[in-house]
Design a protein around this ligand. Structure first.
Ligand SMILES: [Zn+2]
Ligand SMILES: [Zn+2]
Length: 345
């Protein structure tokens, strides 16, 4: 079968690899659609987050390995001992690997597992025709949810977990700094949670146009001081930081009202500095999330009920063979892109 295999920085190869054999206790999924994520870009361009050098304690895998952690497909085979999942089931995969035994896992915080990893970064993932996953990762999709929407459940889970964990209440105002796929999905999430207005801050007019279509008030931070504009209008209750750089975290803090909150979603490549006196002066708080937990079924239900139109963040669909040039490379060059989906043959 064909697979997009990570070997090293800037070295992802389309290769013929063996179809994984079904194993007891595992589920073999025929992948249909897989999304390209910021984490895939971090892996491809910087070698960050991908398992290299030593095998992962849970999967035993290390590079070279197949990328792809946002995917949907059809169950091809179930290993001995797997119950409640049948071949032919349409599914979305929740790619978090966890041990189930550590203190975090035992209290339900499986995204905080000591050994936490991701299918597609710490084990072979979904940029391939077939992948083996754990039964606990499998979530069934109703017929009304397409494979494209199924592949978007994972990034939507990140955005919705951030909204859920934030202090946002019905009628509150919000700002989303950085409107890549996660930022756009956070706008959708904040709106569906009842935000009265949501500002969208970015440097790309194309992405801001997309944010505006989702109901946000666009601010291009190349032309305007976003924090000043927001403060002049009264500030926001919650600022979601989905860009991950010094300038945006500082603006986010300035943009929140007294008693407001900055919710950090983006992974920062560099440490950031914060004006703690500014934080203190208005009794603001800073919170963060790591991925998500206990939220896939709810998101699938919201999509199935037509309450969350996640398809609107898709800007391009490509074939697996094009993934390097038209996906991993393009996403860095072309800032008008948001979510690129990969069709698996
Ligand atoms: Zn992702
Ligand atoms: Zn654990």
């Amino acid at each position: 079968m064909r697979a997009a295999v990570y070997h090293a920085i800037k070295d992802v190869r389309l290769e013929d690899v063996a179809v994984p054999a079904a194993k007891p206790g595992k589920v073999k999924v025929n992948v249909k659609v897989a999304g390209i994520c910021g984490s895939d870009l971090h892996a491809y361009h910087h070698g960050i987050g991908v398992q290299t050098g030593a095998p992962h304690p849970l999967s035993g895998a290390m590079a070279p390995l197949t990328l792809g952690h946002e995917f949907s497909g059809v169950v091809a085979e179930v290993g001995e001992g797997v119950v409640g999942i049948q071949p032919g089931d349409r599914v979305a995969i929740e790619p978090i690997m966890y041990c189930g035994k550590c203190a975090s896992c035992r209290t339900g915080l499986y995204n905080q597992c000591e050994k936490m990893g991701f299918v597609g970064l710490n084990d072979d993932g979904g940029f391939a025709e077939y992948v083996l996953v754990e039964p606990y990762m499998v979530h069934k999709l109703p017929d009304s949810v397409s494979f494209e929407e199924g592949a978007l459940v994972e990034p939507t889970a990140v955005a919705m977990h951030a909204v859920r964990q934030s202090k946002l209440k019905v009628g509150d105002s919000a700002a989303v700094f950085g409107v890549g796929p996660i930022g756009l999905l956070t706008i959708l999430g904040a709106k569906s949670a009842g935000a009265s207005k949501v500002y969208a801050i970015d440097v790309s007019d194309e992405r801001l146009a997309l944010a505006e279509k989702l109901g946000a008030i666009p601010i291009n931070s190349l032309r305007q001081n976003a924090a000043e504009v927001i403060v002049a209008a009264g500030g926001v209750h919650v600022a979601y930081e989905a860009a991950g750089v010094q300038a945006t975290i500082a603006s986010a803090l300035t943009a929140v009202k007294r008693g407001g909150e900055v919710m950090v979603i983006a992974a920062f490549a560099q440490p950031a500095q914060l004006n703690m006196l500014e934080l203190m002066a208005k009794e603001a708080s800073i919170a963060s999330i790591l991925a998500y937990r206990h939220i896939f079924p709810e998101i699938i239900a919201l999509i199935a009920d037509g309450k969350l139109d996640v398809k609107r963040v898709i800007t391009k669909q490509i074939d697996l063979e094009q993934i390097v040039e038209d996906g991993l490379e393009l996403l860095v060059k072309d800032k008008s892109q948001a979510k690129i989906l990969v069709r698996i043959p």
